[in-house]
Design a protein around this ligand. Structure first.
Ligand code: ADP
Ligand code: ZN
Ligand code: ZN
Length: 735
């Protein structure tokens, strides 16, 4: 008996047994190949995990798989192992986890091959007359083929008004030939010259870091801590150059909003090799072809966001995670993996170096470096002639503030523009104002599906809940007292833009947030305007914080930086510090020195003071000491169970019941503690009531022991049909 154990894309954490499709040679059944199988009244595409000689079900109950889809497994062994390991580590259903490691077209069962078409072309050095003087139509067709040296399809030949029946005779005479063309496939031509442009001469610190990377042998995790503008990207480029020279490929992971055309251009400008960027504007077809290019070794550099961590490489040489601290490397719903952490694991499997680069490393990574698990390179000066910006804390207690802008700040903006340079104003809230309130009774327009205020937008005018996406018209009257005196409270990007435009009518004000950049090309157009170097004001959210190089920006104003200082999340402070320094890093990146002005109500806050006076490193050291004292990550490990249900209190009761059941049935592994369940901080969201149960472990192994039992209980629970639950291992948002 031959039984196939398959991982199928279902929410169930188990494998499914099938019999092999009729007529299939059992030697072709290698782990990792895809099969199409019947499942209920549907068909699913699954991956073969193992072949067995028995099943816990009787043979007549097993269904027969319909079709074997691959001769060889689409994922190379290392990646197949990585994907399976990750499914287990993140306690995610294996079928779904494996599916997410594949391009969409492969999940759907399409052939694992390039898009191809059959084209015709003329053979070398033929002329139309070769067809013979009595074959005028063949001559004409041959002339057409000669006009298309890269080939022409049957359809295109007919569209030009020619008959395809004359192709055969031309082929038989040795004048024309048919060939297969892959329109998206990268050009595999190998040239001696890897570079389009000469690399920059590195300064001493950069060179030291590069040497360290280049001297590493096999698996080597390296933290590259370099302040903004210190030339980290230049170090990546030169480390990649060395790998390319040895015939290897490079995988570069960037944050979601870091994958800009600017970033990709920088790689393409430097290297004379195929570079593929995996971005969200690609069709499924283009993605599969790019994925194949990476797997076949045609693409030499692969740049992508989080999901690119599962891109196979034929000859892996180095993995780079740029801005490794960025939360977008952790998927926040469904399959909650961390691409940054998987990058380290993958590098270990593939025995290559992995560089985690950041100006503001996460405390997890810093801790690993301090423990000696990672090599640690620091670049503390800006590259070229640029100097680090100077910080000023602007105390806004008791001074007039209009749309988030204080009078002294407006003066400094004016001075900067008068000097002919540019200003960046950062405000971490989009829309016109974060709330609409009644002047007479204090009522605030709330979302009826969430515990949250509606954000007021002016262009176009509407109220918008940023948590559940609900949109409503702006009410004319107060929902409580009927007054028509409704006023916006506080400022978002739209309002700040508005006010700045009124204050500086002669200067362009460019707003850059999710609302203004949705149209294709909108961002590119604004970038063009910025790069003219003419005085202008940029107003934006954290979209402006990452990766951008604005040589003419000399003043960066941070309007509401202190909102994160008192966050309930233990990572609030770390996040705030990272954001402040990333935004500040946009100032003075070229020849002009930069200034950062932070408006705050807490100018004497010791952590804030420490951060701006001594820098991120000192801040992080203090923060790590506090985390250790409080027994928080990275000194302990967390997993979070979230639950949501329709009625009030139901999700919390569900989690409590699970906890109590586990407590009575099993012994809690040593060093593992329950925290909760508690209602979530935003208890109601999108109409659902939410609760969470936090589990803390002194070591990962014991924590995972408990998680195994926990998921088992959660899956079996009858209540689970009315409660939606999810598990988040190493959560980045614990509140
Ligand atoms: P980071 O990635 O650390 O923020 P970048 O790599 O973007 O920094 O470098 C900032 C600027 O400095 C870029 O314009 C880059 O071309 C320039 N630069 C980097 N290294 C050097 C160098 N060794 N000499 C001169 N300019 C450099
Ligand atoms: Zn009212
Ligand atoms: Zn809502």
């Amino acid at each position: 008996m031959v039984v196939l154990r398959l991982a199928l894309p279902t929410p169930m954490r188990r494998l499914f047994d099938y019999l092999p499709p009729a007529g299939v040679d059992c030697n072709a059944l290698k782990p990792g190949v895809r099969l199409r199988v019947p499942f209920g009244n549907r068909q699913l595409v699954g991956l073969l995990i193992e072949v067995s000689d028995h099943s816990e079900f009787p043979e007549h109950k097993l269904k027969v798989a319909l079709e074997l889809l691959d001769h060889t497994p689409p994922l190379p062994q290392h990646l197949f192992d990585l994907a399976r390991w990750a499914a287990n580590y993140y306690q995610h259903p294996i079928g779904d986890a494996l599916a997410q490691a594949l391009p969409v077209m492969l999940r759907k069962g399409n052939a694992c091959e390039y898009l191809h078409e059959h084209l015709w072309r003329a053979c070398a050095n033929v002329v139309p007359e070769d067809a013979g003087s009595r074959a005028k139509k063949q001559q004409a067709l041959l002339a057409l083929l000669i006009k298309h040296p890269h080939g022409i399809s049957n359809d295109a030949i007919r569209a030009e008004g020619y008959k395809t029946e004359y192709l055969r005779p031309l082929e038989e005479k040795g004048l024309a030939e048919r060939f297969t063309h892959h329109p998206h496939r990268a050009n595999a031509e190998r040239t001696e010259n890897l570079l389009h442009e000469a690399p920059l001469t590195l300064n001493e610190q950069q060179q030291g870091a590069l040497d360290e990377i280049n001297d590493s042998i096999g698996f080597a995790p390296i933290l590259l801590e370099g302040i903004t503008g210190s030339g980290k990207t230049e170090i990546y480029l030169q480390a990649i150059e060395r790998q390319l020279g040895m015939g290897n490929q490079a995988l570069v992971l960037v944050p979601e909003i870091g994958l800009t055309p600017q970033t990709v251009t920088r790689f393409k400008q430097r290297f004379n090799v195929p570079v593929v960027a995996l971005h969200s504007n690609m069709t499924d077809r283009q993605r599969l072809d790019a994925w194949l290019d990476a797997r076949e070794g045609e693409a030499r550099i692969i740049i992508g966001t989080r999901s690119a961590i599962f891109t196979p490489m034929k000859a892996p040489g180095i993995i780079i995670v740029d801005e490794e601290h960025d939360p977008s490397f952790k998927q926040q719903d469904g399959y909650r993996y961390s691409a940054r952490d998987l990058a380290v694991f993958r590098a270990q499997k593939e025995d290559v170096a992995v560089v985690l680069g950041s100006a503001t490393p996460s405390l997890e990574t810093l801790h690993n470096a301090q423990q000696g698990r990672y090599q640690w390179m620091r670049v503390t000066q800006r590259a070229g002639n640029a100097k680090a910006p100077t910080f000023e804390l602007l105390d806004t207690r008791n001074i007039p503030v209009q749309a988030g802008l204080s009078t002294p700040l407006v003066q400094r903006i004016r001075q900067t523009l008068d000097q002919g340079t540019q200003v960046l104003v950062f405000i971490n809230r989009r829309g016109f104002s974060p709330a609409l309130s009644c002047h007479d009774c204090g009522w605030i327009a709330d979302c009826n599906r969430c515990d949250a205020h509606m954000t007021l937008h002016r262009s176009p005018p509407h109220l918008h809940c940023h948590h559940c996406d609900k949109q409503t018209p702006i009410p004319a009257r107060c929902g409580h007292c009927g007054s028509d005196q409704l006023k916006p409270v506080g400022a978002g990007t739209e309002r700040t833009e508005d006010t700045l435009q009124k204050l500086f009518p002669d200067v362009p004000v460019l707003r850059i947030d999710r609302d203004t950049t949705q149209r294709k090309d909108a961002m590119a157009q604004m970038m063009q305007q910025i790069h003219t170097g003419e005085p202008c004001i940029l107003v934006g959210t954290q979209m402006l914080a990452k990766g951008h190089h604005f040589p003419k920006v000399t003043l960066v104003a941070i309007l509401n930086a202190d909102s994160g200082l008192f966050s309930a999340d233990f990572r609030g402070m770390e996040r705030t510090a990272q954001l402040i320094l990333q935004v500040a890093g946009r100032a003075g990146r070229a020849d002009h020195p930069g200034t950062v002005i932070m408006q705050t109500h807490h100018a004497d806050h010791p952590t804030l003071q420490h951060l701006v006076q001594v820098g991120y490193y000192a801040f992080a050291q203090q923060e790590l000491i506090q985390r250790q004292q409080a027994q928080l990550p990275p000194f302990t490990h967390y997993a979070l169970v979230r639950a949501e249900a329709n009625g009030n209190g139901r999700a919390e009761a569900f989690l409590r019941a699970i906890r109590e059941q586990l407590e009575s049935d099993i012994l809690l592994p040593a060093g593992v503690r329950w925290l909760g369940p508690f209602p979530s901080p935003m208890e109601k969201r999108a109409g659902m009531h939410r609760a969470q149960l936090l589990i803390q472990g002194d070591n990962r192994r014991h924590l995972h022991q408990l998680l195994e039992s926990l998921t088992y209980y959660l899956e079996l629970s009858k209540e689970a049909r009315q409660v939606r639950w999810s598990i988040d291992v190493d959560p980045v948002d614990t509140f």
